[in-house]
Design a protein around this ligand. Structure first.
Ligand code: HEM
Ligand SMILES: CC(C)=CCC/C(C)=C/CC/C(C)=C/COP(=O)(O)OP(=O)(O)O
Length: 305
């Protein structure tokens, strides 16, 4: 592997691509204080996405740095550049710091302070609170830590409007509730890895059966939470259709997981979780721009900040 690819791997490019995708959709879902659709300017769109991307990549690189001992012990992560010794801790530290500082400079000077502050908290939330503390401390690690990963649509939104709208928090809530079934499906499949590395993930501490019930509970909750954008008048029937069909698919996986046809089934659910989120956000976007103004529940929500 050449050096460029090793540094690229530190940034968890596919996960971060998804975070930026959610942030960009957040930008295009933004409304002003009168509830009117607004578009990102070229400036806020490009620098907002760049800053959020670099901050997420920095957080991912810090995660590699802090987790190198664990990563060495798990089959899924043992090939990572620090685990194999292809990069040194100092190289990764300098890389992560550089990305973090550049992202903050971009957000503070070229976007706005609100987005910079919220992105900074997300970076610290993932790199320090989740990775260095929660991950090793409690099986609720990914539930609480999921807050940082759920932030991107809010960050995209604030990059455009410089204000925090309650509608944006609904998007955060969706990703927040989506994260446990997303991760625990993978954790069931990788339970031996986590057990070997002594990471207290739910299937390790409480068993697979208990984890399946948690996945089911969060999937039902996710189904309900995804109805909120319709119920609050943020989105219309096109979105509702997408949310119900996609949610029914997710529920099917959660139920089938109680009696899986084969050992690989949890990974099929994990893969579905990613398609689910991507398509759900595409529906939010399509609905927002194809159907306007929303015709139901004329509730007015003012920005919080
Ligand atoms: C605390 C929260 C989260 C945890 C613990 C978590 C955990 C994981 C893990 C362990 C993987 C497997 C990576 C690998 O194969 O090496 C993964 C993959 C992935 N996650 Fe998450 N995740 C979280 C939040 C998120 C969020 C918020 C998003 C996007 C909105 C996301 C999107 C993805 C994507 C797209 C992949 C597939 C990457 C690939 O194909 O390699 N995850 N996640
Ligand atoms: C600024 C901002 C939006 C920050 C969010 C950063 C970020 C990369 C969030 C994604 C969450 C994620 C991939 C968790 C997996 O970590 P893990 O350590 O459990 O997984 P691993 O074993 O694959 O490393």
């Amino acid at each position: 592997m050449n050096t460029f690819r090793q540094y690229l791997e530190l940034t968890k490019p596919r996960v971060v691509a998804m975070l930026v995708f959610c942030a960009v959709i957040g930008m295009f879902l933004a409304v002003d204080s009168d509830g009117q659709r607004v578009l990102p300017t070229w400036h806020s769109g490009i620098f907002g996405a760049l800053g959020i991307w670099l901050a997420s990549a920095s957080a991912a690189a810090f995660n590699h740095l802090i987790d190198q001992r664990i990563d060495k012990l798990m089959a899924r992560t043992s090939h990572r550049p620090l685990a194999t010794g292809q990069l040194t801790s100092m190289q990764v530290f300098v890389f992560a710091m550089t990305l973090g500082i550049v992202s903050m400079l971009i957000l503070v000077f070229l976007v706005n302070m609100l987005t910079a502050v919220l992105t900074f908290f997300s970076l610290i939330g993932y790199a320090v609170v989740y990775t260095a503390y929660l991950k090793r401390a409690t099986p609720q690690n990914i539930v609480i830590g999921g807050l940082a990963g759920a932030a991107p649509p809010v960050l995209g939104w604030t990059a455009v409007t410089d204000s925090l709208h309650p509608y944006a928090l609904q998007l955060l809530l969706i990703i927040f509730v989506w994260t446990p079934p997303h991760f625990w499906a993978l954790a069931i499949f990788r339970v031996d890895d986590y057990s070997r590395a002594q990471v207290p993930m739910l299937p390790v501490t409480h068993g697979v059966k208990f984890t399946r019930w948690h996945i089911f509970f969060y999937t039902v909750l996710l189904f309900l939470v995804t109805l909120l954008p319709y119920l609050t008048g943020m989105n219309g029937l096109i979105y509702l259709f997408g949310a119900v069909v996609l949610g029914a698919g997710f529920l099917w996986y959660a139920v089938k997981l109680f009696n899986p046809p084969d050992d690989y089934f949890p990974m099929k659910m994990f893969n579905y979780s990613i398609i689910y989120l991507m398509v759900l956000f595409a529906f939010l976007l399509a609905d927002h721009w194809l159907v306007q103004p929303p015709v139901h529940l004329p509730v007015r929500f003012d920005p919080i900040v």
